[in-house]
Design a protein around this ligand. Sequence first.
Ligand SMILES: C[S@@+](CC[C@H](N)C(=O)[O-])C[C@H]1O[C@@H](n2cnc3c(N)ncnc32)[C@H](O)[C@@H]1O
Length: 317
Amino acid sequence: MGNASLRAADGNKDDEFYTGYDDIKKELVNYAKYFKGKVIYCNCDDHYGIGLGTPKSNFLKYLADNFEAFQIKKVIATHYEKDKDRSTMYILDKDNTGDGIICFEDIAEIPMQGNGDFRSPECIKLLKQADIVITNPPFSLFREYVAQLMEYKKKFLIIGNKNALSYKEIFTIIKNNEVWLGYNSPSDFTYKGEPTKKITGLTRWFTNLVNSKRNEFLHTGKKYYGFENMYPHYDNYDAINVDKVGDIPMDYDGVMGVPITFMDKYNPEQFEIIDGLNRYTILDVAKVNDWAKANHIHLTEINGKSKYLRILIKRKK
Ligand SMILES: C[S@@+](CC[C@H](N)C(=O)[O-])C[C@H]1O[C@@H](n2cnc3c(N)ncnc32)[C@H](O)[C@@H]1O
């Protein structure tokens, strides 16, 4: 079997990118104060080919390496064995080797009843015990994955595809300030034993742990008044169009349509997110809960030409 068919047989390739240690370190270190005395659960924790002892991830490695420094209470890691009936759970909570420190070598292996699917009753039971969930879940199940975390009211720090920002479910919780983006965009991923790949800019950390990034004010130095022709109105919607985040005018009080990358700069004290605009409004779709029934008008058109997805924002006074 060639490489391509091997991958096809493997399921969704986008689900099988494993996160680099440095990307994890760069983000998690910012939240260390939240980990003290907490149970951390990594519930999509596969990783192959980096010599950690299959299938332990760099998440488990980083949390084990910093278990004592962060004063973590317990780390639980489970992974999905799609072709087996039973998986193994990894637990770190005490000095099993008796050498006086709690570290990676102290991870205990416990057989599971089921295959480690994050949706299984066994994994949900573990989820209920956890304070914070940290992982890189399968992109293809991202909506369902986040819905489960919200249902069980968990704190989390997870990696997702940037495109997930335009999913109505994810957009809505970001708009409602229930979830926001982390500090970095992870970039070093490995695909099952293949050399590390730089995948720059495509993924983001999604979290509901408070971080200081969302309190930073955006200053572009750009003005609307005097430069009105740079910011045309949409044909069918009362808002001006802004093509680049760096061009957002600082003196405009009306509604502005900005690119989705605005989410990286979103500070809820500075701006309010009103809606998303594409062929339909994202919130319209949320209301009828069906893309097909939503209002199919090219709301972002300017002189009959459609723009890409825009986030509608308004400056707060
Ligand atoms: C993007 S990978 C990341 C793996 C690891 N967390 C890391 O960052 O190195 C997502 C993993 O979730 C696994 N997965 C797929 N479906 C799952 C399910 N229903 N429950 C738990 N894990 C699942 C995939 O097999 C894949 O290994």
